[in-house]
Design a protein around this ligand. Structure first.
Ligand SMILES: Cc1cc2nc3c(=O)[nH]c(=O)nc-3n(C[C@H](O)[C@H](O)[C@H](O)COP(=O)(O)O)c2cc1C
Length: 167
């Protein structure tokens, strides 16, 4: 058992055991349209419906999420691994090229909702704070759109896996 300040590498290694749902978090507005693959999204409260997502400060364009004041969390289905890789920066595609890999609709807030997502949470930003290397964005859910339940895309042990289904 280690004590004291935890080594970041040991922490990252430990987190590879954490099975996490894969999402593309999107925004649009005055600062521009952006999407990023994340596993950090999670529920905070159900009344009012509230969730959070953590974005790395090392990408300056992640500031667009806070500047636009809106974001959508799109929970990926098993068929969208290629989209997850594109929005994680594989192949260094431009943001317009990444968005061209999927079909999108505009949510009530203006944030892009992925048509093939298992569910999309359309959120207005209600709080944002820096914690170490990340900005934690807290959003109140203004609308949600769910598709038929299907297999989900999971990240575990540094690899994409699928887990299904909700039927
Ligand atoms: C499975 C997976 C989960 C990720 N989760 C997060 C996350 O929660 N927050 C975050 O800021 N970046 C996360 N990333 C990294 C971003 O998707 C992306 O790779 C990084 O922002 C660099 O993208 P860029 O090439 O567009 O700058 C994750 C990447 C992968 C592959």
């Amino acid at each position: 058992m280690q004590s004291g300040r935890t080594d970041p590498g040991a922490f990252r290694e430990a987190m590879t055991r954490f099975a996490a749902a894969v999402n593309v978090v999107t925004t649009d507005g005055a600062s521009g349209r952006r999407g990023v693959t994340v596993t950090s999204a999670c529920s905070v409260s159900d009344d009012p419906a509230t969730l959070l997502v953590c974005l790395n400060l090392s990408s300056p364009d992640n500031a667009w999420f806070e500047e636009n004041g809106v974001f959508a969390v799109n929970l990926l289905s098993a068929g969208d691994e290629a989209l997850a890789r594109a929005f994680a920066g594989e192949d260094k595609l431009s943001q317009p090229e990444r968005f061209a890999r999927g079909e999108w609709s505009k949510g009530e807030t203006g944030a892009p909702l992925l048509d093939t997502a298992l569910v999309s949470f359309d959120c207005r930003l209600i709080d944002a704070r820096v914690i170490a290397t990340h900005k934690v964005l807290i959003g109140e859910v203004a609308g949600l759109r769910a598709s038929d339940a299907g297999s989900g895309l999971i990240y575990l042990g540094r690899g994409f896996r699928t887990l299904g289904g909700g039927e």
